[in-house]
Design a protein around this ligand. Structure first.
Ligand SMILES: [Zn+2]
Length: 430
């Protein structure tokens, strides 16, 4: 098979976004096969059948005029013949649901499930002349039902705000379980600038591979995922061995046993790149419409999970910011409160000092003292001396109330002397 490098399967049905999931689900259902055949007489001679009937039996050419038992040998045929015999004998229709049938032969054999209906065919007199056999394949329906159930479980997980890594991991395992052939799923997450891809989830890819891919740049020709992220379009590489997009990663992929990689970009509702969703295969493979639909459905689910995660992250950051702002405001209020308390304390202390100075002046009025203030600085003070102060070294002086207050406030060791205890004695007993 020769595919163009990174061949893009945009699908024949590029439709408006709102209906795309429904379309994808229909694509998954759309592979169902309907078979029918008309059988005549008690030995079930094949009169007519549709091409799907012969294809299902692995017949290259339509073969009519043969007994059904010859076309379906073995145990399968045995069960079918028993039912046909009964419908032919009794004229009562028979319906069987989800009957397992092996379709095709050899390497092309696959197990499928069918709903079968066997109806009696009657002649002009009303006697049973044969049986009409109608089979509708239910394999894809069962598959799609499982897929929808798995997807719903993932959506519930997303709604419950389960950790992103858990959701993506669960999604990868679910697809690996659902796929009829072996597939290995990888989800890469885009950096906010959209220029690099980080490991998201890849539970079945080897660790060395995940580590090597972690942090790859987005860009044309950077494997399937780097290119899909860059183009914002699915990139289907059907054969890693020959695709030039894999020139730089071919050896790595070979070591990991990977032969095909289909990558779908995960986009936000506004079109921003969130990451890539990739399905790897062990042998070269071209996707069918069902595979592409599956990829789109899960790229959409991943988009929901990642967007939800981003919203939660932004919310947590905003809350942290608000918390920091609240703490800062509380600190500012506390500082203001302390400043105001300190100012009030100083005002109270000053008022107390003034009262003390006045009281001392009243007490010391009768004591002999110099006429003028002695502590007015170099220019001198002409105000009357009223209060005696002292310091811890035993010096003492008389001053006016203003200068006494100033001296007490600015020189720590100064205090008001009294008649009994002047100088150091007062200091000692303080
Ligand atoms: Zn003075």
């Amino acid at each position: 098979m020769t595919a163009a490098p990174g061949q893009r399967f945009t699908g024949a049905d590029h439709v408006v976004a709102e209906d795309s999931t429904q379309q994808d689900l229909r694509a998954l259902f759309g592979h169902s096969v309907a078979v029918f055949a008309s059988l005549a007489g008690p030995s079930h001679l094949l009169e007519t059948a549709n091409p799907a009937f012969f294809a299902a039996l692995g017949e290259q050419e339509p073969r009519t005029g043969v007994h059904l038992a010859e076309l379906i040998p073995g145990a399968d045929g045995h069960g079918v013949i028993t039912v046909l015999d009964r419908v032919y004998r009794t004229g009562v229709p028979h319906t069987g649901r989800d009957i397992p049938v092996v379709l095709g032969t050899g390497a092309h054999a696959r197990e499928a499930f069918f709903d079968f209906t066997y109806e009696p065919l009657r002649d002009a007199e009303g006697a049973v002349a044969g049986v009409r056999m109608i089979g509708v394949e239910t394999t894809q329906v069962k598959h799609a039902q499982r897929l929808i159930a798995e997807q719903r479980a993932l959506l519930e997980q997303i709604a419950r705000q389960a950790p992103l890594a858990d959701v993506l991991d669960g999604m990868a395992r679910c697809i690996e379980d659902l796929a009829p052939e072996q597939v290995l799923v990888s989800v890469l997450l885009a950096d906010p600038d959209g220029l690099h891809l980080r490991h998201g989830a890849a539970p079945s890819l080897p660790e060395f591979y995940n580590q090597a891919i972690d942090g790859i740049a987005t860009g044309e020709g950077v494997g399937s995922c780097g290119t899909a992220a860059h183009r914002r379009q699915p990139v289907i590489v059907t054969d890693i061995g020959t695709d030039p997009f894999w020139d730089d990663f071919r050896e790595l992929a070979d070591r990991a046993g990977l032969a095909a990689c289909w990558s779908t970009p995960i986009l936000a509702r506004d079109g921003a790149l969130l990451g890539t969703f990739a399905m790897y295969h062990r042998s070269p493979r071209v996707p069918d419409e069902g595979d592409l639909a599956l990829a789109r459905i899960f790229a959409d689910t991943a988009s929901l999970a990642i967007e939800r995660h981003h919203i939660e992250q932004a919310k947590a950051e905003a809350e942290a910011h608000a918390e920091a702002a609240r703490a800062e405001l509380a600190q500012a209020l506390q500082a203001e409160h302390e400043l105001r308390a300190a100012a009030e304390q100083r005002a109270t202390a000053a008022a107390e000092l003034t009262a003390q100075v006045r009281a001392a002046a009243a007490v010391q009025a009768a004591t002999p003292h110099p006429e003028h203030c002695q502590i007015g600085g170099p220019g001198g003070c002409t105000a009357p001396a009223e209060i005696k102060i002292a310091d811890s070294w035993g010096d003492s002086a008389w001053g006016c109330p203003d200068h006494v207050e100033e001296a007490i406030l600015h020189v720590g060791s100064v205090f008001i002397a009294n008649e009994d205890l002047g100088g150091l004695a007062a200091y000692r007993h303080r």
